[in-house]
Design a protein around this ligand. Structure first.
Ligand SMILES: Nc1nc2c(c(=O)[nH]1)N[C@H]1C(S)=C(S)[C@@H](COP(=O)(O)O)O[C@H]1N2
Ligand SMILES: [Mo]
Length: 368
């Protein structure tokens, strides 16, 4: 098992059982057992910052968003405009860091060592991005978005901490949203409030926090986080540890299939007999077809899998397993997506940034 930094985590509104991965910028992941609810409470939701958290705003409704670049009519809208001029929508959608699972790559990949908890599923309220882009009107050459937020790098340079984008087709799909609400409350500042993007199914880095501007581009965006090995996978497999040629890498889009065991907790002591194992599974742009659970890594038992509440929701699952009478036991859960792709035992497609590692989650328990 990978050890994460062993410092206490203290942040207003956050559970102190979150695991701190980095303090400058602030990054923390959620232990799988804190993902046991259908909808992840804000107190349990992971945090990923690449820069400094911007100062909290006193008048959130006056926050402005500019849409420019390859559009017929550039727009500047306040959050109030977004709330009153368009119909609002609430959807349950997974947000997952592109580096989730990175800790299991061998040799070690660079970046925060996420285990399985760089993920959460919240109810996001806002407006469909497509409606606002339609009002601006895309030009013929519009093909990519460029997202800008109010955060500067931790070293105080004069550039955005992160600026990623997506193909225009993804930005225009009905689940891509400009979001101001999380789980029925105003979007917390730490999660990008007053306004952020949620681009579901793709690496979390596309979901810009503290969103101030979307520039429509006529080519793949090249802001911080778009180039080199950032959020990219090799087109053909590398030998693990190899540097690789950035020209032979492509942007990571849909996240791979994954499942987490949310009950029992790793290290739990349980009575012999039967035990309900529970978790969640999701698969980027796709749905999950099945989840199987195993006590020995050889025999697999099908779990009961619930449908998503809406597209891009995670799917909760459960299985009743029969435990040995005493001693250590390891529970594994393996998800398979609608295309028949299953999670591997070890992360495959090694890459220097450690993206897309979706190895099977294992939980060790003590019986008796
Ligand atoms: N402005 C801004 N937006 C950002 C980031 C950032 O550093 N700055 N990090 C991104 C990354 S890498 C992830 S995984 C998600 C995490 O969102 P959360 O902190 O709300 O969980 O935000 C994304 N949006
Ligand atoms: Mo991320």
């Amino acid at each position: 098992m990978v050890q994460v930094q062993d410092k206490p985590f203290v942040f207003p509104g956050k559970d102190d059982r979150l695991a701190l991965l980095e303090s400058e910028p602030l990054v923390c992941e959620t232990p799988a057992s804190l993902l046991d609810a259908e909808t992840t409470p804000a107190a349990h939701f992971f945090i990923r910052n690449n820069g400094r958290i911007p100062p909290e705003v006193t008048a959130p409704d006056g926050w402005t968003l500019t849409i420019d670049g390859e559009v017929r009519v550039p727009l500047t809208l306040t959050l109030r405009d977004l709330k009153v001029r368009y119909p609002s929508t609430t959807l349950h959608m997974v947000l997952e860091c592109g580096g989730n699972g990175r800790a299991f790559f061998e040799p070690r990949a660079s970046g925060n060592p996420w285990t399985h908890g760089g993920v959460g599923c919240a109810a996001w309220t806002g407006v469909r991005l497509a409606l606002v882009l339609a009002e601006a009107g895309l030009t013929e050459v519009a093909c990519y978005t460029a997202h800008y937020g109010a955060d500067a790098p931790v070293n105080g340079e004069d550039r955005p901490a992160l600026s990623r984008g997506v193909r225009i087709e993804k930005a225009c799909e009905p689940h891509a949203m400009l979001v101001w609400g999380m789980n029925g409350a105003p979007l917390p500042a730490i999660h990008g409030g007053p306004l952020r993007l949620i681009i579901p199914g793709w690496p979390g880095s596309a979901s810009q926090k503290w969103l101030t501007r979307i520039t429509i581009r006529d080519r793949e965006h090249d802001g911080p986080g778009m180039t080199g090995f950032s959020y990219r996978l090799p087109v053909t497999p590398l030998i693990p540890g190899e540097v690789g040629d950035p020209k032979r890498f492509r942007v990571l889009e849909s996240m791979p299939v994954r499942s987490v065991i949310t009950h029992p907790a790793d290290g739990a002591r349980v009575a012999a007999g039967t035990l309900e194992v529970r978790g969640a599974a999701w698969a980027g742009d796709f749905s999950v077809r099945e989840v199987d659970v195993s006590l020995d890594g050889k025999g697999w038992q099908r779990a009961q899998l619930r449908p998503p509440r809406n597209r891009y929701d995670w799917q909760r699952w459960s299985a009743i397993v029969t435990l040995p009478t005493s001693g250590a036991a390891v529970i594994r859960a393996r998800a398979t997506d609608e295309n028949g792709v299953s999670q591997p035992d070890h992360p495959v497609l090694w890459n220097p940034g450690g993206y897309g590692g979706n190895a099977i989650h294992r939980v060790a328990i003590w019986v008796g």
